[in-house]
Each structure stands twice: as structure tokens, then as C-alpha cells.
Design a protein. Structure first.
Length: 288
């Protein structure tokens, strides 16, 4: 099984801001702008809010509620009105999809989505940033793959329930690929039955944080000790440069790459990752 660390949502280059953590600890990952999408920020529901008001507030109106959003991955069942056949879904293309294909990502593998987050205030009906709070990379959701579909080759009539998705509104592209979630999560050694195959972690927890809490940059991560490269193998693709890794008495420090979307960990090489992932998922689901 492979675990894919997948960077998604607002950041300094896409959207220009982090995603917010509310005073009560709730997190919401903001999808990046996308003029080719058919979905507007104001169409997307998040608990008692719509994302249009949140995005407009936090960008100072530079991204209005009427702007189109790249709702991808689409893993929160409450975000939109749903077709009865809807399943959580994630699309990828370009070099990022080439990397997934080259590394043999397939059914049963798990995306664990992370993004850049920061605390916000909410007063007088508006959100604003807590400028004293650090920016951190935080896990916010997951998707275990059931099917991998190339859009240009698939029978579109089978996926009418997904025709709203941004990857169905692109020009012809042989690399344009969809990952459809399993209905229920399944990991080696367990069959969870009632745990859905994809979802979001709406509540902040220290266990979901990737960034080193004492670092000034969110891209400096604090990971378990077993993450340190061994036997000539690196746990995460795009991070083979040994100078990025540092072993400490309390874990492993990684200076993660500045850009990149999908970092792949093969649990055949690092079997400790399975129990670690179970812990991350259990924490996030417990807080849901």
C-alpha cells in the first residue's frame, strides 16, 4: 500500500492565503480559484457558512463569493447538493498525475491531504487573520482509492453524477485522471466497516500538524523517528536529498520541498507507516 501526502487548498501562491482555523478549533480547507470550474465559492456549504463569505473576508474581497472554485478533492458530502450515486472524488493531471502513474498508485492506496492553515478571528460578522498565530501544514482529509479513471477513455454516461467536477470541464487531456473513493475504509489488518473511505477532519488537533511547532517556516516538518531514510531508501518521493533530513532525539526533521503536490510513501519499505496512518485517521475521525 502507498500513502500519498497530497498538498491541496489555499497557500501563498494559490489563493494567496492559508486556510482558516476558527476560534473553536474547526478547520476548513479552501479550494483554489479556477475560472474553468462551474462551481462558485458561494455555492459551497460548510456547516453554518458558505465558502463565499469566508473567502471574500479573508482575501479582502480580491476573491469574491461569485468567483469559481476548484472543488477538488471533493470529499465532504455536505459541500453541495448531491446526486444519489455521488462518491468522494479527486482529480489530477499534468506532471503530478505522471508522478502518481509512474509510482504505481492504484486501488487501495490512500491520499492524505494537507494544506497551509492559520487561526482566524470572527467578529462583527467577519473573519480576519490572527497575525500572532503561526502558519502550519496540517492534515485535513483523506481518500482511499477504489477506482482510477482516465476521463478521455471512460464512459461518461456512467459518471453523470460527477459531471459537475472541475476535471470534467477541461480540454481533452490524455493525462486527466479521476480517483473515486471506496465506500468504506480498509487497511491491512483491519476492515473498518462503518468508517467512510473519504472525508475531512474538521477539528484541529496537534496530532494532525506536520509543521515543527518551534520552526519559523511551515515547510519544516517534525515527523516520527522511523521516517528517517534508511537502507538507501527515502520515505517520501521528491525528498531524496539527504541534507533535507535531520535525526533528533525526539523524531525526524524534514525541510520539505517548496513546491510539489504529491509525495508518495511506500509502506513496503516503511511498514511503520501503517500504524502511524491508523493513528492519524483515528484522531481525525474521533474529532469529526
Amino acid at each position: 500500500m502507498k500513502i500519498i501526502f497530497s498538498r491541496k487548498g489555499f497557500d501563498s501562491s494559490s489563493g494567496g492565503k492559508p486556510s482558516p482555523i476558527l476560534l473553536d478549533g474547526r478547520m476548513v480547507s479552501l479550494p483554489i480559484p479556477d475560472k474553468q470550474s462551474s462551481i462558485r465559492y458561494g455555492d459551497i456549504h460548510w456547516q453554518e457558512y458558505d465558502l463565499g463569505s469566508i473567502v471574500s473576508n479573508l482575501t479582502g474581497g480580491s476573491i469574491p463569493a461569485s468567483h469559481f472554485a476548484h472543488l477538488d478533492p471533493d470529499i465532504n458530502s455536505e459541500s453541495l447538493s448531491r446526486h444519489s450515486e455521488w462518491l468522494p472524488i479527486f482529480g489530477q493531471t499534468g506532471a503530478a498525475q505522471g508522478h502518481l502513474r509512474k509510482n504505481g498508485v492504484q486501488s487501495g492506496d490512500i491520499f492524505i491531504f494537507f494544506g497551509l492553515f492559520r487561526n482566524v478571528h470572527h467578529s462583527s460578522g467577519k473573519f480576519d487573520w490572527d497575525t500572532r498565530a503561526p502558519r502550519h501544514h496540517i492534515f485535513w482529509g483523506w481518500l482511499q482509492i477504489d477506482k482510477v479513471i482516465k476521463i478521455d477513455d471512460c464512459n461518461l454516461s456512467e459518471y453523470k453524477w460527477a459531471n459537475y467536477h472541475p476535471h470534467f470541464h477541461r480540454n481533452s487531456d490524455s493525462n486527466n485522471t479521476l480517483y473515486i473513493a471506496r465506500r468504506h475504509l480498509s487497511l491491512p489488518g483491519i476492515s473498518s466497516g462503518g468508517i467512510v473511505g473519504a472525508g475531512v477532519f474538521p477539528q484541529f488537533s496537534e496530532r494532525l500538524v506536520l509543521s515543527d511547532p518551534v520552526a519559523t517556516l511551515p515547510s519544516k516538518w517534525k515527523l516520527p523517528q522511523w521516517f528517517y531514510p534508511r537502507d538507501g531508501k527515502c520515505p517520501l518521493t521528491y525528498h531524496s536529498n539527504s541534507t533535507r533530513w535531520q535525526r533528533t532525539g525526539h523524531g525526524t526533521i524534514l525541510n520539505s520541498v517548496a513546491r510539489g503536490q504529491e509525495f508518495i510513501l511506500d509502506t513496503n519499505d516503511f511498514p511503520e507507516a501503517v500504524e502511524w496512518l491508523k493513528g492519524i485517521l483515528a484522531e481525525g475521525i474521533r474529532l469529526s
